[in-house]
Each structure stands twice: as structure tokens, then as C-alpha cells.
Design a protein around this ligand. Structure first.
Ligand code: NAI
Ligand code: MG
Length: 484
């Protein structure tokens, strides 16, 4: 279809460098109003087949033969294109997900940074020569897998898309991306920008659609060589089963119930705003949210009072109005969070929030007050289940052994925050915590730091140099050589 004939607000799939419109579309909803503001292509098996074929063709024809230097230049141009379009991308992401505009701006910076980072790094990926004998050359090659599938969620669509695509593309793979039906627009937009930045057609394809349709078609496709997934545990299990069926590697990032552990000697001025932000950012819909506060009894009352004050002055509104806290993504998630809060009312002390905020402007959208539960038993439902909303549970502890037992006492193991001035205690906790990443006196992690869960938080690694290597396959080679 001619680009100029596209109705306002209809977003296509991007397959083989073309904008592809489907017969049926999916309504795209603004979570601040519950109203439809755009539509997106509803891809199924046929479009996924086309996208995988386009990726395979691009891999064979161009991308497999490209040099690391060529890919580095393109990735760099793409990073620049994202930065050049940051206002538009941030507005789109904020509208689609409901997140406050300034948080969407940070997501755009991260998106560009992933491409910059792997652009800088890709020329440093190579095999090695192994000293196995002077009569032979024994060495390894680092090769791309081929076609990689990427299924992402709705909480950080732009950030997570770029987190998984940048190392895959840098390593020389061609990608098929399936964004979440709740927030697909930035994925379509970046695929258009990738083409404008000079990526060959078919190197990056985007197939919007429902999980059970486009998602299942992609994860079970015999034409993909690797699958990356970020989302829920039950769907992660399905992805792993589909990958097992095709005997391909999978990388799964499945969220968590991550603790912030505040010791008695912590700098509370430093810790308090970060502990609050770790659960309020993106309305708590963050895989690595600091959803459980474990606090030493000696500083418990003080810290809870400070957090309550922050929660009470948190501004709530549509993402575009740039409040502290936007709506959650959907009616389904809003209801799920409400049900868990109701369970919490019977399990713990509700210190703040717990409801939809009062006011006409909050009635149609999916808003929740920032919610604080105190005296939460470690085994309580709200301390065990991922709520994925602006809900912080507080559990006091007496000594470090108890803190570790509580911290490790969930099915998940994604990240942990530790707040102390004592480096010995920090080091001891770092070793004892069963998770993928530990942040000491901070709760932020750049693109450089490897990220990946233990237990039901999944497996595989994202970010950092390790993620780039994870998108390559090692081929061993030996060449026997006589003197003549
Ligand atoms: P989900 O796991 O259903 O969705 C994630 C992605 O998987 C979406 O793109 C979806 O379309 C796709 N998908 C769904 N069914 C599929 C299937 N059968 N085959 C292939 N792909 C499929 O997550 P959902 O239902 O949106 O959220 C539910 C809960 O999951 C949240 O409350 C939260 O606890 C957790 N979650 C964790 C995330 C994380 O960052 N780790 C992100 C999103 C959700
Ligand atoms: Mg939306």
C-alpha cells in the first residue's frame, strides 16, 4: 500500500523492508483514558512465515557477509536516528504504555545507548587461536546463529526491544520481533527508522499481533535459530517448550520479586528516594522492580514514615502530563493488581493507598494509588507473587542471616538492592543473594552490566559483553599443515 494512503493512526507490520497491512487490526489503547487511539496490524502464521523467510533471505544475501565494521557503522547510525527522533518516540511510548513522559525519555536514551554500546563493541568479538600443536592451526570462529526471534512485553517496549535486538543484530543475526499487543507502536516505528538508517531490507522485521497468534507462530517456527523472550513465567515455559521442540536455544527473562535490603547502618537520605522510585517507576511494572523492602528493625519506623510521605505526595496522571505515576497498562492488569491488594488487606497493614485515586480524571483510565503495606510476613501472598503494580511490601528483619533467608525465599531471583555503609556486610550479602544482579547503595544498572535471572526469573543473559557473545555460536576449526 502507498505510504500516503495509510489512514492516520494505522500501524503496519514491517516485513522484508515493506510496510505490510493486514485484513484485521488490533486496537491500541491509551491507558490514561481507556480509549482507542490507533490500530496495529494483527499478524498471524502467514505474516510470521513471510517475516522469517525475509530474515533468512537477508541473512544469506547481505547480513551474513557483512563485516563487523559495516554492522558497527549501521548500528551507530541507528543509535543516532533514535536520538534524532527522541521527542516523537518518547511521546509515542508514553501514550501507548501510559508511562510518564520523562520516564519514556529515559527509555529512548537507553534504546539509543544499546545500539551505541554494541556498535562500539562488535569489532572486539572474534575467535581465538588454540595452541594444540605446531603442525596444525586450531582456532575458533564466532558466527551468528542466523534468524533470531524476539518476543517482548509491554512495560518497556522500546527499551526491551533494543536490549535484545542490538546485540543480536551486532552479532550478525537477522531478527523477527513480536511486540506485545498492549504497546506495539514504538517497535513498528524503530523498524522504520532502521530502514531509514540504512539497514538492508529483512534484517529487522516486526510482526505485531496477539501472543497466541503471532507470538506462538514465531516461537514455534522451524525457521528460527534462537528465541529471546521477556514476559510472564507461564508464557516463558511455553516458549521454552516450543524452543525444545525445534532444539534451539532460548533466553528467558521472566520478572521477579526483587528485594531492597536496608541495613541499620544505611544512609537513609540516600536510600529513601531510590527505594520509592524502585517501585513507583513505570507504576511498578518493571521486571526488576524493588517490590519488597526488607528493613532492619532499628530503622524500620523511620524509613516507613519517610516512604509514606513520598507516596502521599506522588502526583498521578496521564503519562503525557508527566506526573510521578501514570496508569498501569490495561484493565486486565488493573484488576489483577486490585485483587492482589485485596488479598494484602487481609495479610498485612495497609499504610498508604490501595485504591483507584479519587477524581473524575481517574475513572476511565487504569490508575492506582501508590500502595504501601507494612508488617508483611515473608510467606504472604503479596510478598511472594509478582504484583506488577505500584505496590511495595515492607518486611522487618533482625539480623543478616534472616535478611538473606527472606530475600532468597521466593520463586524468583532477578536482582537485589543492598543499602549499607559497611563493605564487609555488603560483600557478604552479595555472595549470599541468589539472583542475577546485586546493586549496592544504588538501584540502577546501565546497559553495560550483565542481567539475567536465577530460578523462575529465567535463564540466559542480556546486556553487557556477555549478551553479545550469547548471540553467537562458536565454531571450532582445525587445519593440518605440513611444511610442503
Ligand atoms: P505475557 O507473558 O502474556 O506477555 C509477554 C509477551 O508474550 C507478549 O508479547 C505476548 O503477546 C506474548 N505471548 C503471550 N502468549 C504467548 C504465546 N502463547 N506464545 C508466544 N508469545 C506469547 O504477559 P502479560 O499477560 O502481558 O502479563 C502478565 C504478568 O506477567 C504481569 O503481571 C507480570 O507479572 C508478568 N510480566 C513480566 C514482564 C517482565 O518484564 N519480565 C513483562 C510483562 C509481564
Ligand atoms: Mg497501549
Amino acid at each position: 500500500m502507498n505510504r500516503h494512503m495509510v489512514p492516520e493512526g494505522a500501524y503496519p507490520a514491517i516485513i522484508g523492508g515493506e510496510r505490510i497491512f493486514t485484513q484485521q487490526n488490533i486496537d491500541v489503547i491509551d491507558p490514561a483514558t481507556g480509549k482507542v487511539f490507533a490500530t496495529v496490524a494483527r499478524c498471524g502464521q502467514a505474516e510470521v512465515d513471510q517475516a522469517v523467510a525475509a530474515a533468512r533471505a537477508a541473512f544469506k544475501k547481505s547480513w551474513r557477509l557483512s563485516t563487523a565494521a559495516e554492522r558497527a557503522r549501521l548500528l551507530g547510525s541507528f543509535a543516532q536516528a533514535i536520538t534524532d527522533n527522541s521527542d516523537q518516540l518518547a511521546a509515542l511510548e508514553s501514550r501507548d504504555t501510559g508511562k510518564p513522559l520523562r520516564q519514556a525519555r529515559v527509555d529512548v536514551q537507553f534504546a539509543a545507548r544499546y545500539f551505541e554500546y554494541y556498535s562500539n563493541m562488535v569489532e572486539a568479538v572474534f575467535g581465538s587461536v588454540i595452541p594444540a600443536g605446531t603442525d596444525r592451526l586450531t582456532f575458533t570462529l564466532r558466527e551468528a546463529y542466523g534468524v533470531t526471534g524476539h518476543i517482548i512485553p509491554w512495560n518497556y517496549p522500546l527499551g526491551i526491544a533494543c536490549r535484545t535486538l542490538a546485540p543480536a543484530l551486532a552479532a550478525g543475526n537477522c531478527c523477527v520481533l513480536k511486540p506485545a499487543e498492549q504497546a506495539p507502536l514504538s517497535s513498528v516505528r524503530i523498524a522504520e527508522l532502521a530502514l531509514e538508517a540504512g539497514f538492508p531490507a529483512g534484517v529487522l522485521n516486526v510482526v505485531p499481533g496477539y501472543g497466541a497468534e503471532a507470538g506462538a507462530a514465531l516461537s514455534g517456527h522451524p525457521g528460527i535459530d534462537h528465541i529471546s523472550f521477556t514476559g510472564s513465567v507461564p508464557i516463558g515455559r511455553k516458549i521454552a517448550e516450543a524452543a525444545a521442540g525445534n532444539l534451539i536455544p532460548a533466553a528467558l527473562e521472566l520478572g521477579g520479586k526483587s528485594p531492597n535490603i536496608v541495613l541499620a547502618d544505611a544512609d537513609l537520605d540516600l536510600a529513601t528516594p531510590v527505594v520509592a522510585q524502585a517501585i513507583l517507576q513505570n507504576a511498578g511494572q518493571t521486571c526488576s522492580a524493588g517490590a519488597r523492602l526488607l528493613v532492619h528493625r532499628d530503622v524500620h519506623d523511620e524509613l516507613v514514615a519517610r516512604l509514606k510521605a513520598i507516596f502521599a505526595r506522588t502526583t498521578i496522571g496521564a503519562g503525557s502530563a508527566d506526573p510521578d505515576l501514570g496508569p498501569v497498562i490495561s484493565a486486565v492488569q488493573h484488576q489483577r493488581i486490585g485483587e492482589l491488594i485485596d488479598i494484602g488487606r487481609g495479610e498485612a497493614e495497609l499504610v498508604h493507598g490501595g485504591n483507584r485515586p479519587a477524581g473524575a480524571q481517574y475513572e476511565a483510565g487504569y490508575f492506582f494509588e501508590p500502595t504501601l503495606f507494612d508488617q508483611v510476613a515473608p510467606e504472604a501472598t503479596i510478598a511472594q507473587r509478582e504484583i506488577f503494580g505500584p505496590v511495595l511490601t515492607v518486611t522487618p528483619f533482625g539480623d543478616l542471616d534472616e535478611a538473606v533467608e527472606i530475600a532468597n525465599g521466593t520463586d524468583y531471583g532477578l536482582v537485589a538492592g543492598v543499602w549499607t555503609r559497611n563493605i564487609g556486610r555488603a560483600n557478604w550479602l552479595l555472595r549470599e543473594l541468589h539472583c542475577g544482579q546485586v546493586m549496592i547503595n544504588t538501584f540502577s544498572n546501565g546497559v553495560e552490566l550483565p542481567f539475567g535471572g536465577r530460578k523462575k526469573s529465567g535463564y540466559g543473559v542480556e546486556k553487557g559483553f556477555d549478551a553479545l557473545l550469547a548471540f553467537t555460536h562458536v565454531k571450532g576449526a582445525v587445519v593440518m599443515m605440513g611444511k610442503d
